[in-house]
Design a protein around this ligand. Sequence first.
Ligand code: FNR
Length: 184
Amino acid sequence: MNVVGISGSLRRGSFNSALLRAAIEVAPEGCVIEPADIHGVPLYDGDVESAQGIPATVQDLKERIARADGVLIVTPEYNGALPGVLKNTIDWCSRPATDIERVFGDRPVGLIGATPGMGGTRLSQNAWLPVIRALGMQPFFGKSLYVSGASKVFDAQGALVDATIRRLLTDYVAGFAAFVARSR
Ligand code: FNR
């Protein structure tokens, strides 16, 4: 079972990229989470699309999602909503609209996220739901993971050092993997 994991942060020291690395580590046997790198995805521009088509970085990611059994979105929260860099990436991947069904349709999707703040990315995770609905994906609602106080959850190297979050993350990924397996 192959899951594409996407961190919605470009920051080298990103807590969300650290959370994705930890998810990869704790994934159950038989479930491989492969991280996607969204550096290099340009801003969506309909004129560029008309003149040059879909950028190669975007086409690669589209095909990886289309081949995957599921997608794990690891999202920061910006101003009470989702991060523009990842929304921009998903918007590009939804072009042309005739490809949405093939790339996203019925694909299981999980949502987790980390913030140094108190809210654990609840608002951001909720803000992704209309996007997931628009793309016709299958959201996993069986468990949830909201990581708050991230500067204490990860060490300076980005390793997950909080035992409770490690247990919750392990539970989440196991539940999501079972959901993906049921959806195949
Ligand atoms: C934030 N941050 C933030 N955090 C939060 O919990 N709720 C919020 O609404 C916001 N809003 C917000 C807006 C902008 C523009 C920035 C840059 C930041 C803080 C954010 O959670 C923090 O920067 C994280 O470290 C971002 O995730 P990464 O890069 O660590 O993965």
